[in-house]
Design a protein around this ligand. Sequence first.
Ligand code: SLC
Ligand code: ZN
Length: 598
Amino acid sequence: ERAAEEAAGREYIRSLNELTSKAKNKKTIASWNYESNITTYNEEVQMQVFLEVAEEEKEYWKETMTYFWNEFEDEDLKRMFQKYSKLGTSALPEDLNQRLIQATNDMQSTYAKATICDYKDRTKCDLHVEPEITDIFAKSEDPEELKYTWLEWHKAAGAPSRASFTEYVEMNNEAAKLNGFDTAAEWWLGEYEAPDSEEQFMALWKQVKPLYQQIHAYVRRQLRLKYGDNVVSAKGPIPAHLLGNIWAQTWGGVEKFTRPYPDKADVDVTAALISQNYTALKMFKTAEEFFTSLNLSGMPDSFWEKSIIEKPNDGREMVCHASAWDFFDGEDFRIKQCTTITNNFFKTTHHEMGHIQYYLQYKDQPVIYRAGANPGFHEAVGDVIALSVSTPKHLRVMGLLEDGPDDLESNINQLYKMGLDKIVFLPFAYLLDLFRYGVFRGTTTPDNYNCHFWQLRESVQGVEPPAPRSEEDFDPAAKYHVAADVEYMRYYISYIIQFQFHRSLCQLAGEYTPDDSSKLLSNCDIYKSTAAGNALGKMLQLGSSKPWPDAMQMLTGQRNMDASGVLEYFQPLHEWLKAENERTGEYIGWEPSTVQYC
Ligand SMILES: C=C(C[SeH])C(=O)N1CCC[C@H]1C(=O)O
Ligand SMILES: [Zn+2]
């Protein structure tokens, strides 16, 4: 009897796979058209398609739930049914789903359309976050210009979305409950398939916090020396507008005037890319060539036809934030990004192409398994490749860096540059979803959104706002992922596990052996290693068909996420920072902020 039921279930899942592929394809096309060209018409079409497909998916779900899949013997069939049993936001009654889509569209279009006036030329008021504001934060060393730009962006992009965000939270929590979760926080955490995920995330932070505090103390000192005691205190949090990035999430923007050995050659890839006439297309082709050098897949022809790799200059409004898209038909994969010729975008191009590589590797899986082993895996693929690309060794291979000394000081400068991206980012990513877990769970309410956000920014990241804040503001929505309902713990996890992946791939490539100081993990370049590429490809082909510890074990031999990779990679820098902060008597950590924000 049960065997017959399982056979029927297997047949049903096969037909459901086809229906799901078409449903997801329709939604993805509608979203692509809307986010590539924000018009009322495209928004209405996207809304209609989402509501129609939601009704279809409700019908499929009712059929799915008539099977006793919990008793099935076939673990794989059971796993597919279990995933199909989570209907997502389509579980909402149509009117609530309409409100949720509307609230998210309103936040997303507010963010995409937000513009501010230029500090120096107040009549020039068409500055978007990409590329203008991003470029100002990468280049300006004028605290007043940075403070003005920071305040104007947060006023234009954050505050207006406060009401929509509250609506979004209510609807998202309603959807969570209909999917069997207490709040959307547990729904998001469920993607990591472990009952103690929150504790795991906290344990990872405890492992890396000492390293973060050291680089934080060093940077604060450098900024104090540059801007003076009355702009940067000796023991307090660092003002957010001085860190080279509008969200203070990575601090590469201050590298040029804070690096440990300033007289050593500057590794400025941006200048080299420009002087060598790199175009957006050439950056994409270069990234693709790294993947194919590993015996991984190249981009299909349709990718080059349908992707948007530069901001169109036809005056349209669009979502410029970089993204990679799977259209769930096994053929159509695209990137949408407003590329400018910078080192950051060179890395982002690898990051986004890492998503496409994952889509290509698991495209023959059932649709329900076409996802990362956990969301962090998907964010880690491209970054793992970029870890090799950003080594001086590889940059020289590409002619983007002239020959130079490989002495200890150059290595410390290189590790410092990487640390301003990879170490600094960890507390920012961690706190962004600590904040949203609190909002979904109701421990943070609309009357203390901004207060709680800045309490986390101060306590976890040691950063404070450039001026007093109030509940008239809503600074979280000035960050794309909050406005666009994109979970963020995935990046925190990625920045931990990408070093576990990198360490294993480097050993497979013969580029690294533990305890052999002549082969530093931070100098490893896996370029052209088919051994590494084949191992990575095998892990990626799994998609989400197995619990992520199985995927992790396949590549690294470990079944857990741990920060040993990060700590091993940055170990020489950690030692140097401890000695340097000791030498200068720098205060490690930070005292409470004196800025009023609650
Ligand atoms: C490049 C993407 C698209 Se998935 C991105 O959003 N990232 C990559 C780094 C962290 C995060 C961010 O920009 O905040
Ligand atoms: Zn990504």
